[in-house]
Design a protein around this ligand. Structure first.
Ligand code: NAP
Length: 431
């Protein structure tokens, strides 16, 4: 038995563990199915994997790092940062690796969660779901998917043992992940075909290495580091004015993106295919300085006719053209709306969160608590991820909310907290 069981050892779960420890608590465990911390940043190792949020902002506010090597951190550096945080904040002993949660059920009589894992059972007064949204690779429902005789894998399950050099490679998808993969694959493949369903808005990533002088200045003046972080955050927040209040304010940004597209892609025909027909910000903007230009390379083709089927030796487009391929890479995203985790969290009336959401819609008070699931806190729950800023801000806010709830329980001697239905409904209406 433990006071708090945290499911997931990524940014959210580790952050929760660290803040619990800092608030003087030791009775918690982090249940992580993999063998290491890192979550999304452990699982996504595709070539070019990096963060499109500036390094100065993409870190815990309570664990600033002065010596990021670049203005936009590569995946391995972020993973190392998380490992360092686990060690430096002393939460390593609380981590249970290789421990997959199979079911978590609220026991009303005992006022605690019964957590079944493949490494045995736990009970916990409080359950924190920090299982992440970008966990289940989504493959497109294309006929013939299983018939492909070549190699195929999803971006989040990159096959590092497979050499793409000299191959005919197809990449399906043109989201943020594809924007990082495509320029890397182009360098090695004999021929690269990118299958696009809808183009994304692209803004340049102003990536550069940090000099030793910059690093030492930030080490000596932590206030400067905080000021830079705030400046990036509030500049991004300004976008809210256009995204939520006055879409016309986004016109300037669209002009900037179109001018950038024109500079990167002088070919008018290819440029037309890469020009979005919707307002910037409807989908997360792609931040990349090498994606668009890749389509001007002689070994790259952008295909927009749509995929009719996958055949043993390639992909057939809707207009009947067969493109022969050795390898297909799916950069087709994740099942964000339906991660399996919520099918396994069963609340007061014997129903899972998934069942409750199927009936009432996906909602949670402050994106964190759901009626009928006492002492359960969801990190990065519904309506929390921001399209214009870092996911770490909502994560930290939700961690703070959870710590507050624990304090309130301690102060009142309460064994369980739940959100009132009317409060949840009012909040959801407002959202
Ligand atoms: P995504 O944003 O869901 O993009 C999936 C792509 O696959 C889209 O271009 C989509 O086209 C396409 N697609 C899906 N099904 C298809 C089909 N049947 N046929 C053709 N195309 C299909 O996934 P992602 O790029 O992996 O990104 C996942 C999340 O991670 C996003 O929130 C992203 O912002 C985030 N991310 C962040 C970073 C970072 O640096 N912080 C890096 C990578 C990813 P449509 O657009 O037409 O749907």
């Amino acid at each position: 038995h433990t006071r708090v069981a945290i499911i997931g050892g990524g940014f959210a779960g580790l952050g929760m563990a660290i803040r619990l420890k800092e608030s003087g608590r030791e009775d918690f465990v982090v249940l992580e199915r993999a063998g290491d911390v890192g979550g999304t940043w452990r699982a996504n190792t595709y070539p070019g994997a990096a963060c499109d949020v500036p390094s100065r902002l993409y870190s815990f506010s309570f664990a600033p790092k002065h010596d990021w090597t670049r203005s936009f951190s590569p995946q391995n550096e972020i993973l190392d940062y998380l490992r360092d945080c686990a060690r430096d904040f002393g939460v390593t002993d609380h981590l249970r690796f290789g421990c997959k949660v199979e079911e978590a059920t609220w026991d009303e009589d005992a006022s605690r969660w019964r957590v079944e894992t493949d490494r045995g059972a736990f009970s916990a007064q409080v359950l924190v779901s920090a299982a992440g949204g970008l966990t289940e690779p989504k493959l497109p429902a294309v006929p013939g998917l299983d018939s492909f005789a070549g190699t195929m894998f999803h971006s989040a399950r990159w096959d590092h043992g497979h050499d793409l050099s000299g191959e005919r490679v197809g990449v399906i998808g043109t989201g943020s992940t594809a924007s990082q993969i495509v320029p890397e694959v182009q360098k090695h493949a004999a021929r690269l075909t990118v299958f696009q369903r809808s183009p994304g808005w692209v803004l340049p990533r102003l990536d550069h290495p940090h000099s030793d002088l910059q690093k030492s200045l930030l080490r000596r003046f932590p206030a400067l580091q905080r000021a830079i972080r705030s400046a990036i955050y509030y500049t991004n927040e300004l976008l809210i004015l256009g995204l939520v209040r006055r879409p016309r304010l986004l016109a300037g940004l669209e002009r900037l993106a179109l001018a950038y597209l024109k500079r990167q892609v002088p070919d008018a025909e290819i440029r037309a295919k890469l020009t979005p027909d919707y307002r910037i910000g409807c989908k997360r903007v792609i931040i990349s300085s090498d994606f668009l230009g890749t389509f001007m390379e002689p070994n790259v083709e952008l295909v927009t006719e749509g995929i009719r089927e996958i055949v043993p030796d390639g992909i057939v487009t809707r207009d009947g053209r067969k493109i022969e391929l050795d390898t297909i890479v799916f950069a087709t995203g994740f099942d964000v709306m339906n991660p399996p985790h919520f099918r396994h969290v069963v609340g007061r009336d014997g129903r899972s969160i998934r069942e409750v959401w199927d009936e009432a819609g996906i909602r949670a008070y402050l994106g964190t608590v759901v009626c009928g699931f006492p002492n359960h806190f969801v990190l990065l729950g519904p309506n929390t991820a921001s399209g214009n800023n870092s996911a770490l801000q909502p994560i930290e806010a939700q961690i703070g909310f959870t710590i507050d709830a624990l304090r309130a329980m301690d102060a009142r001697g309460a064994t369980a907290v739940d959100v009132r239905r009317d409060v949840l409904e009012r909040f959801d209406d407002e959202i």
